[in-house]
Design a protein around this ligand. Structure first.
Ligand code: AMP
Length: 177
């Protein structure tokens, strides 16, 4: 009766995107699939139902689509970690390396004071560099990390070494070929 949802089947895999050798996990196929999107949100809310979280940091852009649901459901502030140059007020920023390339994220500095224990949400954890950079921004301003959530984890890229101390939770993990 309570059959486990086949999340793997809902995730589109695109070889050689955005460059040769990368297998891209395209989660837009979750957002176009209402039962899949609902499953992911329900699971996320369930995993943290007893956690002490008083703010959410969502990472641009797919993290926004998870973080907003968490914030509304739990009545906590949602803070956007955006790509450099998008936020108008005073920011803290952090640069980091990706599985492919590098990037810089920013957060409005004053928003960090809205919460004490932050849950950081993104769609996928690969090397963990993105989430580690956001965690460092929060901790650098005196905030605490309540946890890290992502739909997908790629443990073979080493995220556990980088962000394991923040108890990352993923709904599905994939091995490298
Ligand atoms: P990382 O900082 O290495 O953990 O990379 C995580 C970020 O890069 C997330 O925002 C993902 O959306 C994106 N990303 C990295 N690798 C992949 C992949 N193989 N498929 C889809 N997205 C990826």
């Amino acid at each position: 009766m309570d059959k486990k949802f086949d999340l793997d089947a809902a995730i589109r895999k695109v070889p050689d995107f955005p460059k040769p050798g990368i297998l891209f996990y395209d989660i837009t196929s979750i957002f176009t699939n209402p039962p899949a999107y609902k499953y992911v949100i329900d699971e996320m809310l369930d995993r943290y139902k007893n956690a002490k979280v008083d703010g959410v940091i969502a990472i641009e852009s797919r993290g926004f689509l998870l973080g907003s649901c968490f914030a509304v459901a739990n009545g906590v502030p949602l803070v956007l970690a955006r790509k450099k140059g998008k936020l108008p007020r005073r920011t803290v920023e952090m640069s980091y390396n990706l599985e492919y390339g590098s990037a810089t994220l920013e957060i409005h500095e004053e928003d960090i004071e809205l919460g004490r224990r932050w849950l950081i949400i993104d769609d996928l954890i690969a090397t963990g560099g993105t989430l580690a950079a956001v965690a460092a921004m929060i901790e650098g301003k005196g905030g605490e990390i309540a946890g890290i959530f992502s739909i997908i984890g790629l443990p073979f890229l080493g995220f556990k070494e980088k962000v394991g101390k923040y108890n990352p939770i993923t709904l599905i993990d994939y091995d490298g070929e």
